[in-house]
Unconditional design. Structure first.
Length: 269
């Protein structure tokens, strides 16, 4: 089995894979999130792991756009505690650092530390990739924000550990692929749907859940491309799509939408 992920060895996505499955699976590093989805479609990987939301920075919007665009299912989730380190070439002092490289999400999660030290944040495609960049380019006036494991893999030094704005820093990763998990009794269902652009349509749609006391655990909206100021809604609810009460609710919900897509029913971690 091969698992695709966004980033390079030492990234948090890879760490989430190791947490869930250990070293028992071959992995396929991908530069962009789109590449993870395409690698599964093109049978280069059996399934993938992608970040969905962070407890500090919120939803990774691109992941949800791709979930709606591709015909893949969410198969499960992994919650990972993210500990950010300030990493630099050996011999570099804190006073030498002017810039900090990392993925935009990691820079956002360490914003207070970066501002406090007057560092210039520089976006890069991956946390571990920013560590490798420092090594490959021999950059000595900058540091990277990444994991301790990334520093160890690429032979750099951890200057400070735990620089995230809040210690309750968790990222939720989704497992995506073609397989659909069986009912476990402790499941979650993710949906995407569009509605008429009229007052009260969202409230009316969600009544199908409220009447059956189905808990709504997440709701997010994204712009509907080609229709300015209209939106696609993403929700998570407790229960599996094959549960009788959930099945009834989804049947009623679909009747009140323009379109509805079940992104997956899967075990809750």
């Amino acid at each position: 089995m091969k698992i695709a992920y966004q980033g390079i060895p030492g990234s948090y996505s890879e760490a989430a894979i190791i947490k869930k499955w250990g070293d028992n699976y071959e992995t396929l590093p991908c530069e962009y999130l789109e590449d993870v989805f395409n690698s599964i479609i093109n049978k280069k990987a059996d399934f993938g792991v992608v970040p969905a939301e962070n407890s500090i920075e919120g939803t990774i919007s691109r992941t949800y756009d791709l979930l709606n665009e591709f015909d893949l299912k969410i198969q499960g989730e992994t919650i990972f505690r993210v500990v950010h380190c300030l990493i630099a070439l050996k011999g570099v002092n804190l006073t030498d650092i002017k810039k900090v490289y990392s993925h935009p999400q990691a820079l956002g999660q360490t914003r207070e530390f970066i501002l406090k030290n007057n560092y210039v944040p520089v976006n890069y495609f991956d946390t571990a990739g920013s560590v490798k960049l420092l090594k490959d380019e021999g950059i000595r006036n900058a540091a990277a924000v990444a994991s301790r494991r990334a520093a160890e893999i690429y032979g750099l030094e951890v200057l400070i550990e735990g620089i995230e704005t809040n210690q309750q820093n968790f990222t939720r990763f989704l497992h995506i692929g073609y397989q659909e998990p069986d009912v476990t009794g402790h499941d979650k269902t993710s949906l995407a749907f569009t509605l008429a652009h009229k007052p009260g349509t969202l409230l009316n749609a969600l009544r199908s859940l409220a009447r059956r006391k189905i808990n709504l655990t997440k709701i997010e909206s994204r712009p509907l491309i080609g229709k300015p100021w209209e939106y696609i809604f993403f929700i998570d609810i407790e229960g599996h799509k094959e549960d009788s009460i959930v099945k009834e609710a989804l049947f009623e919900l679909e009747k009140s939408t323009f379109s509805m897509k079940i992104l997956g029913s899967y075990p809750v971690e």
